[in-house]
Write a protein that binds this ligand. Structure first.
Ligand SMILES: [Zn+2]
Length: 292
């Protein structure tokens, strides 16, 4: 657990995935020659020429609330376009319980964006129906993300296989009256506010937590791999608008370096988070003194 004032940050793991280096199209032998010393073995596997990617949820505890940030890939989901998340059995809820959180304890689910690997545990299958996993939670998503993923609105032109994530993991939350729609700049509660991070997804938001003179910034998919701290101009193949993602990443890194904020990305493997420091040739990654 990492403490930011009165806020506690921990995490619940779902999957660790091999991520082919095609994730970052400019990554190659030159990068390995320059950065291999710290990328291997934690972040990059030279034998398989792949990165490692974490799929997890962040748990943010306030003195009286339990907040889940993003809900991973989920179990039992039909994912014709995303084999890695197709009909999984991940044991996620057991690990959540082991972390001391029962689904009914969760007060809020903050969704940074609505990609397949961030909304899966919004719902679970019960007697053939998708029901909210967290029955007492207010789920929070941006108007832009809801608009572009909804088959009746922005996603109408996409093939039906692309709708499954929305239909089984977002629509049931809306139907249950548990979805709070935000613009993405709101203060959620004292000490917690939303920060727009468009590019990887058009309505993606980060979550800024401030307390006790410290700051933490959940940056969602503004970066996928720590090498991007050294190459802010590298967007991933999953970024919907790579140029805008580059702009957002550059701004976010400058902010994190200037403010000394702990950044908590959605997909870094251990140590899962860290600091961005200004060096003579750009930014460098600094590991945190404690891991969540
Ligand atoms: Zn993601």
């Amino acid at each position: 657990m990492i403490q930011i004032g009165d806020f506690g940050i921990s995490r619940v793991e779902e999957l660790v995935l091999d991520e082919d280096v095609s994730l970052l199209k400019h990554f190659g032998e030159e990068t390995v020659a320059e950065h291999g010393g710290w990328l291997i073995p934690d972040f990059y596997n030279p034998e398989r020429n792949c990165f490692y990617s974490m799929i997890h949820s962040w748990i943010l505890r306030t003195p009286d609330k339990t907040i889940v940030i993003d809900t991973a890939g989920g179990d039992d989901k039909d994912r014709p376009l995303s084999p890695r998340f197709d009909h999984n059995k991940t044991g996620f809820l057991e690990r959540l319980a082991a972390a001391g959180v029962q689904p009914e304890d969760v007060d809020m689910v903050l969704l940074t964006h609505l990609h397949v690997d961030h909304v899966g545990w919004n719902t679970r299958l019960q007697d053939g129906t998708w029901v909210p996993t967290f029955p007492n939670a207010e789920y929070v998503a941006t108007a832009t993300e809801l608009e572009v993923r909804d088959p009746k609105r922005g996603a109408a032109e996409k093939p039906p296989q692309a709708w499954t994530t929305y239909l089984d993991s977002v629509q049931p939350i809306v139907d249950a009256g548990q979805m709070r729609v935000v613009e993405g700049t709101e203060t959620i509660m004292p000490g917690i506010d939303l920060v727009p991070l468009p590019g990887h997804a058009p309505g993606m938001v980060g979550i800024r937590v401030r307390g006790g003179g410290k700051e933490a910034l959940f940056i969602a998919d503004a970066m996928h791999q720590p090498i991007q701290i050294y190459h802010p101009e590298w967007s991933s193949k999953y970024c919907e608008n790579p140029e805008l993602a580059n702009e957002t990443r550059a701004k976010m890194l400058k902010y994190a370096a200037d403010e000394g904020a702990l950044i908590l990305p959605a997909h870094f493997v251990a140590p899962y988070c860290g600091y961005v420091r200004s060096g003579p040739n750009g930014y460098v990654f600094e590991r945190p003194s404690e891991t969540p």
